[in-house]
Design a protein around this ligand. Structure first.
Ligand code: SAH
Length: 251
């Protein structure tokens, strides 16, 4: 029986798909893709005759039935998820259903949009002396977030924070960030469609997030923290007076 492949499509740009993901797409007989976010250009890597299904209009059971039927006919199936499937990909429920059906699967990672956003911002999330932690989270919206993980609670750390799925909730996000501990003048950025041709970046502060969005409410990440500022310490790794397993201190 063929193994089903969950593939991370990357953040958008068609050449930010991994080589492995590309070859899986080239060999697929069926691709079920997350149509709301996956760049349709990626589907041109499939061969003629490959069946393409957009999961945006399907339920979990419909997706699973579709995979099960194709696997039963000996076909190669790719389930294409945006970014990296481990983040807000809803893949766990699919994997558990496939396991119950005795269908093998593997996961091919992808470039997450939070990595693409850092690249677009020309930023480093983990600056020495600023923050060594990145919190990837989302605001509670139509779907809830555990009580212990409210933006307010997480803001207490003043770590680097990247918010997915939250661009439509900027006003409450900004309020929660400030009441949780970030100063209103903490730098922030809204990165819309990182790596796409129509990518847009808005640099602002936590306090001015809501008025800076300019109508952007979808496919955007909110990046928050002093990593977007200009102060930081130099890394020890490359300091001349610091020895590592590869290099003796020279000062
Ligand atoms: N698994 C994906 C995230 C899926 S959740 C990943 O690793 O990136 C969908 C959310 O991801 C969107 O609401 C948006 O917040 C974010 N997102 C996905 N692609 C994006 C992109 N190219 N630029 C900015 N944000 C993006």
């Amino acid at each position: 029986m063929n193994t089903v492949h969950f593939v991370g499509a990357g953040p958008g740009a068609a050449d930010l798909l991994t080589l492995r993901g590309k070859s899986l797409l080239e060999n697929a007989d069926l691709v079920i893709y997350a149509g709301s976010l996956v760049n349709p250009e990626l589907l041109t890597y499939t061969r003629e005759g490959c069946a393409l299904h957009n999961s945006a209009t399907m339920t979990l059971d419909e997706v699973i039935h579709c995979i099960e039927a194709a696997v039963g006919m000996g076909k190669s199936v790719v389930r294409l998820h945006t970014g990296d499937p481990s983040l807000y990909g809803a893949i766990r429920e699919q994997m558990d259903k496939l396991t119950a059906l005795g269908i093998d699967y593997e996961i091919c990672p992808g470039v997450s949009s939070f990595s693409a956003a850092a690249a677009s911002l020309k930023a480093e999330y983990t600056l020495p002396g600023v923050s060594q932690t990145v919190i990837l989270t989302r605001a509670a919206g139509k779907t809830p977030v555990p009580e212990s993980e409210t933006i307010r609670a997480l803001a207490a750390h003043q770590a680097t924070m990247v918010l997915f799925l939250s661009a439509a909730l900027l006003e409450s996000v900004a309020n929660d960030l400030v009441s949780g501990g970030y100063a209103p003048e903490t730098p922030a950025a809204i990165v819309y469609k990182a790596s796409w041709k129509d990518e847009k970046i808005v640099r602002c502060t936590v306090g001015s997030l809501a008025e800076s969005a300019g109508g952007v409410a979808k496919t955007a990440l909110i990046c928050v923290g002093d990593f977007l500022g200009s102060d930081y310490a130099l890394s020890r790794l490359y300091a001349p007076d610091f020895s590592t397993g590869y290099r003796e201190a020279t000062e």
